[in-house]
Design a protein around this ligand. Structure first.
Ligand code: FUC
Length: 802
C-alpha cells in the first residue's frame, strides 16, 4: 500500500489527527463530522446544524427609540464618547447577545489491539467527499471511510479489512454536557440531549443522535451504553441525527421520530448504493469547476508539510487544492432547505465556541457566500437567501420598536432564532447595516442568472430594507448630507476618538445605502412597480455623502478625514466599494481606485484569516495579481507557530485560522482566487485581470460571470490562449483583456455595454485635495471587445498574438 495520494484533489497525512484542526471535515449541509482517523481510538465528532442553545426569542431594546435624537445630537456635536455611552445604556440588547451553536458530541471507536499499527495513511478526497484512513496491524490491511450523505441524510462509517473476521472494536458516544447515552437493542446507541440555557434564554432544542452498527460476519452486542463488535468481516455504521427544530419560530418537531425515519430509509438501501448516490450528488456541484496551475513534486508531500513549505514559492498546486477545498466546504455546509454556513460552517466541537459560532454580518456571513456565484455553486446560496427572507420578517419589529421606522433592519449579528437587536456593546454592535449588506446577496443571484421570477421573489426584501433607510437616514449639519447615524465603521475607532467607534455617515454605510437603493430601484423598474418609492430613493441618493479622498491620498474611512496611516485594523470596511461592490473601478473612477489602493497598502497584509481573504479579493480588484498572490501566501502559512502560539493563517487540515478556526477565510480566499482569474462587476468580463507573474500557465473552467455567462480560460506565458464562453441568456458579452483576442463575431467594443445585466453605477469622482498624491493613474493597456451571443451558444476565442 502506498502512502501517497493517487489524485491531486486530496488532503492527505501520514499520521492520525491529534487535534481537532488536524481532523478532516465531511458534511451534507445539515450533518457534519470531523474525522480524526485514529486506528486505536477513532473519534468522529458530530454536528447537526439546528443544534443551537436557547429557543425562539427576541433581543430588541425598545428604549432606543426615545434616546435616538439625543444620540444623534451628541454625534453631531462631536461628543462621541457620550454618544457611545448612551447607546450602551439604551440601545444594546439587555437580553440575548445571540445563542451559541453547539456540538452534538462524539462517536468513539476503540480498537484495543491496534496499537502497533504501521503504514498509516489518511486522506480527504475532495471529488468523492470521503475521508479515509488505512493502516496495517498484524498483517491485516484496515480501511475506514467516512462520508455524510445528502441523499440519505446520514453519516456513514465503513470499516473493512482484507482478511475475514479481523474487525473487533467497541463503540461509545459522548457529549461534553446535557446528554444521555443508552443502547437500543443489540446494535444501536442513542445520544439524546437538550441544548443549553444561555443568557436567560432556556435551551429548547432537543436532539437525538442514533448510531446503528451492521456487521458482516462476527457479532454485535450492547452493554452499558456501548456496543461491542467481535470478529466481523466488514462493518457499516450509520449515524442519524435530528432535532425538534422546525423553524426560527417553532421547535415543536419530534427529534427521535425524525432520526429514526432517516435511519430506516438509509438502512433499506444497499450500502454501495448509498455510497454511489452520495458521490454522484456531491459531484453534481463539485465537478462544475476545474482548476489547474500545474503540479510540482509537492503533490507528493503530505498536506501539512505543503502548508509549511508554501512560502518557499513553487507549489502552485496547493493554490488549486485550497480553492477546491473552499468549494468543497460550501457544498458540505450549505444545502438548499438548511441553515446557511455559520462562522465555522457546520463544524464545531464545543458548547460555547468563539463568537458562539453564529452569524456575524458585518463581514463574516457575507464572505462565506462570496464564492457561491462565481465558482458555479448558485443553489448553495439558497440557505442564505432563506435566512435573509426570515430576517426581513423578524427585523420589522426591530425597525419599528427600536427606531420607529418602517421596513426591516438587522445589526451586526444574528443566530438561528433570527435575532436582529444590537449585541456585544456599542463599539461593535451599533451597526444598523446588516439588512443593507445581506440584501446585496439576495440581488446578486439575479445579476448572474437574469432570473426575473427569482428577482420578484426577493424584491420585498430589498424594498423593505430600503424603506428602513428612507426613514432612518438623517441630515448631518455640516453638508446637509443624508447619513446613517448612529453607526460605526465596523469595529474600528478613528484616532480622533479612539475610545468610541460611534460616528455618522461612515464610508461603508454610504456605499451600502447607495447599493441598496440602486439595486432596489433597478429591481422595481424591471418589475414595473413602486414608482413613488423609486422617486424617494432617487432623491435620497443625490444627498448621500460622496466617497472622499483624504489628506494622505487615502479613501476616507469616515466622513471626516480621520484615517491614520498607521492603522492596521483587520476590517477594511470602506473598501467594500471596491470589493464586493463595484463602486470603485480602475476605468470609471481612477481617482477613487488610486485612493483605495493607498488605503489598502497602508492597512498592511498580514492579519486575521478572513481579513487576508478579503485582501486577496481587493488586490484582485486592484488588478495586482502579485500582491493578491502575496496575500494567498500569507494566508496559506501555518497558523500554529513553533512555540504553540497561533496567528492568522491555515491549520493542518486547511481550515482557516482567525485564530481560532473561522471558515470565512477559506471562502474569502477561494472567491479571491476566482476574482484574480475572472471579474464581471465592471461592465465587462475581464479575463485574467490579476494573474500573478508566477502563475505562468494554467486553466480554469466553469467560472460564472454576471449576465448568464460561463467561462473557461486556458493560458500560457501569462496570456490567454483559449477562451470558451457559454451564454445562457444571450445578449452582448463585453470582454476585457490585457492581451488581444481573436474569434468569430468578436468586434472592438463601442459605447456603453448594452447588456442590461451589466449596468454599472454612475459614481462621481471626488475632488482630490492639493497635498494628496495619486500614484496609480497610469493603467496597463486594455483591449475591449463585444460579442453578440445567443442563448445556449458556445463561443471560442483564441489568442490574438501573431
Ligand atoms: C467580527 C470580527 C472578528 C471576528 C468576529 C467573528 O467581529 O471583527 O475578527 O471575525 O467577527
Amino acid at each position: 500500500m502506498s502512502a501517497q495520494p493517487d489524485a491531486p484533489l486530496k488532503l492527505w497525512y501520514t499520521q492520525p489527527a491529534k487535534q481537532w484542526v488536524e481532523a478532516l471535515p465531511v458534511g451534507n449541509g445539515r450533518l457534519g463530522a470531523m474525522v480524526f482517523g485514529n486506528p486505536v481510538q477513532e473519534v468522529i465528532q458530530l454536528n447537526e446544524n439546528t443544534v443551537w442553545a436557547g429557543q425562539p426569542n427576541r433581543n430588541d431594546n425598545p428604549r432606543a427609540r426615545e434616546a435616538l435624537p439625543e444620540v444623534r445630537k451628541l454625534i453631531f456635536e462631536d461628543k462621541y464618547e457620550e454618544a457611545q455611552k448612551l447607546v450602551n445604556d439604551r440601545f444594546i440588547s439587555k437580553t440575548s447577545q445571540g445563542m451559541p451553536y453547539e456540538t452534538v458530541g462524539n462517536l468513539k471507536l476503540s480498537f484495543e489491539d491496534h496499537e502497533n499499527y504501521t503504514g498509516y495513511y489518511r486522506e480527504l478526497d475532495l471529488e468523492k467527499a470521503v475521508a479515509t484512513s488505512r493502516y496495517q496491524v498484524n498483517g491485516v490491511n484496515y480501511k475506514t471511510e467516512v462520508f455524510s450523505s445528502s441523499p440519505d441524510q446520514v453519516i456513514v462509517v465503513r470499516i473493512t479489512a482484507d482478511k475475514p473476521r479481523s474487525i473487533s472494536f467497541s463503540a461509545t458516544m459522548d457529549r461534553p454536557a446535557n446528554a444521555i447515552v443508552s443502547s437500543q437493542g443489540n446494535d444501536a446507541l442513542i445520544l439524546a440531549g437538550r441544548t443549553a440555557d444561555f443568557e436567560g434564554v432556556q435551551g429548547g432544542v432537543q436532539f437525538q443522535a442514533k448510531t446503528k452498527i451492521q456487521a458482516k460476519g462476527g457479532t454485535v452486542k450492547a452493554s452499558e451504553g456501548s456496543l461491542q463488535v467481535e470478529q466481523a468481516d466488514e462493518v457499516t455504521i450509520y449515524v442519524s441525527i435530528a432535532s425538534n427544530f422546525n423553524s426560527y419560530k417553532d421547535i415543536g418537531g419530534d427529534a427521535a421520530a425524525r432520526a429514526d425515519a432517516y435511519l430506516q430509509k438509509a438502512l433499506k438501501k444497499d450500502i454501495q448504493v448509498v455510497y454511489k448516490e452520495h458521490v454522484a450528488d456531491f459531484n453534481r456541484y463539485f465537478d462544475r469547476v476545474n482548476f489547474s496551475l500545474g503540479e510540482t513534486g509537492a503533490v507528493n508531500l503530505p498536506t501539512d508539510q505543503r502548508i509549511e513549505q508554501f512560502k518557499n514559492g513553487q507549489d502552485l498546486g496547493l493554490v488549486a487544492l485550497y480553492f477546491q477545498f473552499g468549494r468543497y466546504l460550501l457544498i458540505s455546509s450549505s444545502r438548499p432547505g438548511g441553515q446557511p454556513a455559520n462562522l465555522q460552517g457546520i463544524w464545531n466541537d464545543q458548547l460555547t465556541p468563539a463568537w458562539d459560532s453564529k452569524y456575524t454580518v458585518n463581514i463574516n456571513t457575507e464572505m462565506n457566500y462570496w464564492p457561491s456565484e462565481i465558482t458555479n455553486l448558485t443553489e448553495l446560496n439558497e440557505p442564505l437567501v432563506q435566512m435573509i427572507r426570515e430576517l426581513s420578517q423578524s427585523g420589522r419589529q426591530t425597525a419599528r420598536d427600536m427606531y420607529g421606522a418602517q421596513g426591516w433592519m438587522l445589526h451586526h449579528n444574528t443566530d438561528i432564532w433570527r435575532i436582529n437587536g444590537p449585541v456585544d456593546g456599542a463599539f461593535w454592535g451599533m451597526w444598523p447595516m446588516g439588512g443593507a449588506w445581506l440584501s446585496q446577496h439576495a440581488y446578486e443571484k439575479y445579476a448572474f442568472s437574469g432570473d426575473k421570477a427569482y428577482l420578484a421573489s426577493v424584491y420585498p426584501i430589498l424594498k423593505e430594507a430600503s424603506k428602513f433607510y428612507l426613514d432612518f437616514l438623517v441630515e448631518e449639519p455640516e453638508h446637509q448630507w443624508l447619513v446613517v447615524a448612529p453607526s460605526v465603521s465596523p469595529e474600528n475607532a478613528p484616532t480622533a476618538h479612539p475610545g468610541s467607534s460611534i460616528s455618522a455617515g461612515t464610508t461603508m454605510d454610504n456605499q451600502l445605502v447607495f447599493d441598496l437603493f440602486t439595486k432596489t430601484i433597478k429591481a422595481a423598474e424591471l418589475l414595473g412597480t413602486d414608482k413613488e418609492l423609486v422617486a424617494d430613493m432617487k432623491a435620497s441618493l443625490k444627498k448621500l455623502p460622496p466617497m472622499q479622498v483624504g489628506r494622505w491620498g487615502q479613501l476616507q474611512e469616515w466622513m471626516h478625514d480621520w484615517d491614520n496611516p498607521q492603522d492596521h485594523h483587520r476590517h477594511v470596511s470602506h473598501l467594500y466599494g471596491l470589493y464586493p461592490s463595484n463602486q470603485i473601478s480602475p476605468y470609471r473612477t481612477p481617482k477613487l481606485f488610486d485612493a483605495a489602493r493607498t488605503s489598502l497598502l497602508a492597512r498592511g497584509d498580514e492579519s486575521t484569516g478572513w481579513s487576508m481573504g478579503w485582501k486577496v479579493n481587493l488586490w484582485a480588484r486592484l488588478l495586482d495579481g502579485n500582491h493578491a498572490f502575496k496575500l494567498i501566501q500569507d494566508q496559506l502559512s501555518p497558523s500554529i507557530q513553533p512555540d504553540g502560539k497561533q496567528k492568522g493563517g491555515t491549520y493542518p487540515n486547511l481550515f482557516d485560522a482567525h485564530p481560532p478556526f473561522q471558515i470565512d477565510g477559506n471562502f474569502g480566499c477561494t472567491a479571491g482566487i476566482a476574482e484574480m482569474l475572472l471579474q464581471s462587476q465592471d461592465g465587462a468580463i475581464h479575463l485574467l485581470p490579476a494573474l500573478p507573474d508566477a502563475w505562468e500557465e494554467g486553466s480554469i473552467s466553469g467560472l460564472k460571470a454576471r449576465g448568464g455567462f460561463e467561462v473557461d480560460i486556458k493560458w500560457a506565458d501569462n496570456q490567454p490562449e483559449d477562451v470558451t464562453i457559454r451564454s445562457a441568456l444571450g445578449g452582448n458579452c463585453r470582454i476585457r483583456s490585457f492581451f488581444p483576442l481573436a474569434g468569430k463575431g468578436l468586434k472592438k467594443a463601442k459605447g456603453a455595454n448594452p447588456n442590461p445585466l451589466y449596468q454599472v453605477p454612475k459614481i462621481k469622482e471626488p475632488l482630490v485635495s492639493g497635498d494628496a498624491d495619486l500614484k496609480n493613474l497610469a493603467l496597463k493597456k486594455v483591449y475591449e471587445y463585444d460579442l453578440a451571443t445567443s442563448p445556449g451558444n458556445i463561443y471560442v476565442l483564441k489568442t490574438g498574438r501573431k
